[in-house]
Design a protein around this ligand. Structure first.
Ligand code: PMV
Length: 324
């Protein structure tokens, strides 16, 4: 009743922003991401018959009570699926530096779902694994697969049609995703709270929903055609639109910092000079930049000269779940 799994994190090009069911993590819109090769979580789960409660260690330290409750709630779903009452010891190693601005929840819950299901010998398809991982963190549904991944929102109230699928493998399109780590001068709100506030109060939310499905169809075509410029333009537009929607919430949500804007302006200026790079920003201040692999060093060097940038980390498309 013990297994270890590894999952990579992912970056959304078409963002998931808003839940229609907060308990089942059902999204208001479909989304699309690239799984990355650099940042991952490795998790070992061992169910033990006489254990009195679940334990959760993160990077060899006992996790906070709050995190432990979330993990136990997730394991309850796995226990219910397997019809097994046992508690588990969960040991996770995260090599997603918080400073790098990638959410570790995507790789975290994807690895936890895969390891706990394997530990209990549950024979789940990747689709069912994606449905399970989604119930820990929405973006985790996408980290089950490598390469370019679409999470279809589905429409059923029980969430059985809300899962991710792979569009193309990681080796089918090589490009670079740079993370520009920006100085952060203020506290931001969690994606969970930010989504809720935006759905409930932003007058622009309808506009977001009405247009995101068009962005998704267009970007899928760009991927099929390996059209980098089209991919980049849609990615940048979609991210800025998500932030515009949040800026209109009440109270307004601002994830951008001065460094964020400095990077965005720099990347737009690079395009004027014929270097085709594009930005995307999640629920934080850091900017992720898409560029062609052959221009990775050039773009990295330019970003490193900016005052608001502390570090630039280069990633590439990576693989899906694996077992160790
Ligand atoms: O699944 P969460 O709670 O980590 O939310 C992800 C939200 C965004 O990163 C902003 C968008 C996305 O689709 O990953």
């Amino acid at each position: 009743m013990k297994a270890t799994a590894k999952a990579n994190t992912n970056i959304a090009l078409i963002k998931y922003w808003g839940k229609r069911d907060k308990d089942l993590f059902l999204p208001m819109n479909s989304s699309l991401s690239i799984t990355l090769d650099k940042f991952h979580t490795i998790t070992t789960v061992e169910f033990i018959a006489d254990l009195k409660e679940d334990t959760f260690k993160l990077n060899n330290l006992l996790a906070s009570k709050e995190d432990k409750i979330k993990i136990s709630k997730f394991l309850d779903k796995v226990r219910a699926l397997a019809g097994v009452p046992y508690f588990a010891n969960v040991n996770s190693t995260n090599n997603v530096p918080t400073a790098a601005g990638f959410a570790s929840s995507a790789s975290g819950y994807a690895a936890l779902a895969a390891a706990s299901v394997k530990a209990l010998d549950l024979n789940l398809s990747l689709k069912d694994l994606s449905i399970l991982a989604r119930q820990g963190s929405g973006s985790a549904a996408r980290s089950i697969y490598g390469g370019f991944v679409e999470w279809q929102m589905g429409s059923l109230p029980d969430g059985t049609d809300s899962y991710a699928r792979q569009l193309i493998r990681e080796d089918e399109w090589d490009l670079s995703i740079l993370s520009a780590v920006c100085q952060v001068g203020h506290k931001t709100i969690s994606s969970r709270e930010g989504m809720k506030l935006t759905v409930e109060t932003s007058p622009f939310y309808k506009g977001w929903l009405d247009s995101v499905s068009i962005d998704l169809e267009d970007i899928k075509q760009a991927i099929a055609e390996r059209d980098f410029i089209k991919l980049g333009e849609i990615t940048e537009r979609n991210a800025l639109k998500m932030h515009a929607t949040m800026l209109a919430a009440n109270p307004p949500i601002i994830y951008f910092d001065s460094g964020t804007l400095e990077v965005i302006h720099c990347i737009r200026e690079l395009r004027n000079q014929g270097i085709y790079a594009y930005c995307t920003v999640d629920a934080g201040a850091n900017v992720k930049i898409l560029c062609k692999r052959e221009e990775e060093d050039k773009v990295t060097n330019i970003l490193n000269t900016l005052q608001g940038v502390k570090e630039v980390i280069a990633c590439h498309p990576g693989g899906g779940i694996s077992y160790l």
